[in-house]
Design a protein around this ligand. Structure first.
Ligand code: PMP
Length: 407
């Protein structure tokens, strides 16, 4: 793509030089986790080499440095999401923990028998199971918003579900990890609010593709994982509207989250610390901030255009290859190609691709309900990041052709 120097960008990601099974690595599993630029790896090792200390309590220089970097990271994320206040950015272990936090803290306090929670039929398990658990505890129910054969969420059906009343929460993915569908979350959030429900957006698969503005979206909660944004694993973010977070009880108890503890009664800390019990993943926050700084240094529009071109090229090749069926053909998609090859099982194909150095994911992608709806065991999923190239798309299709000869 004009204006985007993919070879220069690739040099920022050391792992892309790896050889796998005797072949140069072709990493097409970016929806599972993204690779890390040297800037992120360096920021984390610099922290451990020079600043390592516990945060918020030390009376010494390292503790001050660690705290300053840790809290600066919160400001970086607040700016990245355009959150009104940095206190509305809570650190978690990732998307999964962020959703569990809302489900348990908000859900247990606000849901009662007969209340309804809507999630889309193509959600990741992490945006289904926490709601089922809190539904079981409160007598609420979890219902799917229908998704059609192309992988498009049916907005009219969502409206019908909302009109039936008592929906308290609409929790949907911004982008489906299994199909690549981009959901019309502006409309979904507006519809939820019109009917008195809150809206939680699982941004795990969206944040790496374009800038997010939580104020423009007006979502109540927005969650994502650092590792899908070129940052470290096991770290993530929960953004919430301030009045909601203020009213929610702590999710876990321990150090950091208290104001004062006594056997006569304990009081809780202010936002965001009320939700951050225990010593946090300090290096995780620093690594995430470094990833965001790295992204901010790219031409993100050019990166997105490059990804769109990769998807278009891959789709063209898929259409030209007999026996390939695409799963997920929504009009608005990110660079995810989920597919089946006639006469082969996705897992066998994944193995044969790996033998040729091509890394994809196979299986149900933690989205079993939509696989069940489509009557398939899973798919082969190639997911592209801005550091992938059209040569790598060629390598994928060459490897698929070789794999097919094997069957
Ligand atoms: N939601 C979506 C849409 C995802 O793609 C993923 C990761 N595959 C998750 C949630 C869970 O993220 P994590 O495992 O980092 O908590």
């Amino acid at each position: 793509t004009a204006g985007f120097d993919v070879e220069a960008v690739r040099r920022d990601f050391p792992i892309l030089q790896e050889q796998v099974n005797g072949h140069p690595l072709v990493y097409l599993d970016n929806a599972a986790t993204t690779q890390k630029p040297r800037a992120v790896i360096d920021a984390i090792s610099h922290y451990y080499l020079h600043d390592n200390s516990n945060v918020h309590r030390g009376a010494h220089a390292l503790a001050e440095r660690a705290t300053a970097k840790f809290e600066a990271a919160r400001s970086t994320v607040a700016e990245f999401l355009n959150a009104p206040h940095r206190e509305q950015i809570l650190w978690t272990r990732g998307t999964t923990e962020s959703i569990n936090l809302v489900a348990f803290s908000w859900g247990r306090n606000n849901l009662k028998a007969g209340d309804r929670i809507l999630v889309s039929a193509m959600e990741h398990h992490s945006n289904i199971v926490p709601w089922q658990m809190v539904a079981e505890a409160t007598g609420a129910t979890v219902e799917p918003i229908p998704v059609d054969e192309t992988g498009t969420l049916e907005l009219a059906a969502l409206e019908t579900l909302l009109e039936q009343g008592q929906v308290r929460m609409v929790a949907v993915g911004h982008v489906s990890n299994a199909l690549g569908t981009v959901n019309p979350i502006d409309d979904i959030i507006a519809l939820a609010h019109k009917h008195g429900a809150l809206a939680l957006i699982d941004g795990a698969q969206a944040v790496s593709h374009w800038p997010i503005d939580v104020q423009a979206l007006d979502c109540d909660f927005y969650v994502f994982s650092a590792h899908k944004l070129f940052g470290p694993t096991g770290f993530g973010v929960l953004y919430g509207k301030r009045d909601l977070l203020e009213a929610m009880p702590p999710y876990q108890g321990g150090g950091e989250m208290i104001q004062s503890v006594s056997f006569a009664g304990t009081t809780y800390n202010q936002l965001p610390y009320k939700f951050e019990a225990g010593t946090p993943d300090i290096a995780g926050a620093i690594g995430l901030a470094a990833a965001i700084d790295y992204l901010n240094g790219l031409d993100r529009e050019a990166a997105a255009a490059h990804e769109r071109a990769l998807l278009a090229y891959a789709e063209e090749k898929a259409f030209a290859t007999p026996g390939i069926t695409l799963v997920g053909t929504a009009a608005h998609k990110v660079s995810v190609l989920s597919f089946l090859v006639e006469g082969t099982h996705p897992n066998d194909l994944g193995f044969l691709l790996d033998q040729q150095g091509v890394a994809v994911r196979t299986g149900h992608h933690c989205a079993q309900p939509i696989m069940e709806q489509y009557h398939i065991p899973g798919t082969v999923r190639a997911s592209f990041a801005f550091y992938n190239t059209s040569d790598e798309v060629d390598r994928l299709f060459e490897a698929l052709e070789k794999a097919r000869q094997f069957f």
